[in-house]
Design a protein around this ligand. Structure first.
Ligand SMILES: *Cc1c(COP(=O)(O)O)cnc(C)c1O
Length: 353
């Protein structure tokens, strides 16, 4: 007999978590009558208007199913066939999108830039920007930043501003992969506007899936000219939902009541709790500062094996040096963290370390 119900929570990824109650309730609440399809409905318009309020500007937003398409189509809105996107070596676009940017935007090249702690180093970006030869080489057209980063760190508004300034000096647009943008806002204590258009960002992918939605990312254009192309590519790529109201409804469910930020604050707090706990164990090394909902840790190999054997799920070969990545979610509880931490401590003390 198989039971499909899984009650335990893990630290593998924030997309292993379920749907938050507000998103489910919002789908049920707006599930009345017939409304126009493809985004001409009042639920979608209302969600777009709340996004303008939250970002304090007249932006255009679109709701798509997932992050890979959102990123690929967002950067592609600025690009022609000879163009390139510059992004960090460990960025999702470079390492986790299976060439989707080049598949959805024929000719597009992704160029990796280095930098410690998952963040692009300004002088190395400058070298890539300056190095483009006419006609023979691809032309840098978009700089893509991830916030919070794939290594759980945060770009602050001033750091984004500095990179945007370098990009803008070369006529390069700026995209932010914000699969965890809510965590960045919560962590930085700056406003959504300060972390995006006020710092020079042209398009933001605002993640919903990892913050409690069933599925759905909002693509927000601050540079509205490029958004016209986006709409066509969104349709061609199979990302224009006909029952768009149910993607938008989920956003209404977390935006109107501030849950989008309180869930991110909670996930960040759980990561800090785990981080503080692991710091008290001498055989555990923490390579990056905990600035979002992820904790990276170098655990002794037998401890990793022991934890996996106990049934804990998490990735154990992520980033430079291949550490363990421990993600907290909107629904991670302090008890989950304490139980996981206690198991790590016990395995370390039991001579596994
Ligand atoms: C999860 C994630 C995405 C989105 O991935 P999809 O599986 O395509 O929805 C994008 N960027 C980052 C940094 C992510 O962690």
């Amino acid at each position: 007999m198989f039971f499909l119900v899984e009650n335990r929570r893990h630290f593998a990824s924030d997309n292993n978590a379920g749907i938050c109650p507000e998103a489910i309730a919002a789908i049920a609440r707006w599930n009345t009558g017939h409304v126009p399809a493809y985004g001409s409905d009042s639920v979608t318009v209302k969600a777009q208007s709340i996004i303008q309020d939250i970002f304090e500007t007249d932006c255009s937003s679109y709701f798509v199913f997932n992050g890979t398409a959102a990123n690929s189509l967002a950067v592609g809105s600025f690009c022609d066939r000879q163009d390139a996107v510059l992004c960090h070596r460990y960025s999702h676009i470079e390492t986790d999108e299976c060439n989707a940017p080049g598949f959805l935007n024929p000719g597009l090249k992704v160029i990796a830039v280095e930098g410690t702690k998952g963040k692009i180093q300004p002088d190395l970006l400058n070298a890539k920007l300056a190095g483009s030869r006419e006609i023979h080489a691809s032309q840098p057209r978009v700089l893509s930043l991830t916030n919070t980063t794939e290594l759980g760190t945060l770009y602050r508004p001033q750091e984004i501003g500095q990179l945007c300034e370098l990009a803008k000096g070369r006529n390069v647009a700026v995209h932010v992969d914000g699969a965890r943008f809510a965590n960045a806002v919560a962590s930085s204590r700056s406003s959504p506007a300060e972390l995006s258009w006020k710092a020079g960002v042209d398009v933001l992918v605002f993640g919903g899936t990892k913050n409690g939605l069933a599925f759905g990312e909002a693509v927000i254009f601050f540079e509205k000219h490029a958004s016209k192309r986006f709409l066509y590519r969104m349709k061609q790529a199979g990302q224009l939902a006909s029952k768009l109201r149910f993607l938008a409804a989920q956003w209404l469910g977390i935006l109107e009541n501030g849950r989008w930020i309180s869930y991110a604050e909670h996930a960040n707090a759980m990561a800090r709790r785990l981080n503080d706990l692991l710091r008290t164990i001498p055989s555990v090394e923490i390579p990056f500062p905990c600035e979002g909902n992820a904790v990276f840790a170098h655990l002794p190999e037998p401890v990793v094996t022991g934890l996996h054997r106990m049934g804990w799920r998490f990735y154990s070969d992520v980033g430079p040096g291949g550490g363990s990545r421990l993600m907290c979610s909107w629904d991670t509880t302090p008890e989950d963290v304490d139980q996981f931490g206690a198991d790590i401590r016990r395995l370390c003390n039991d001579g596994y370390a």
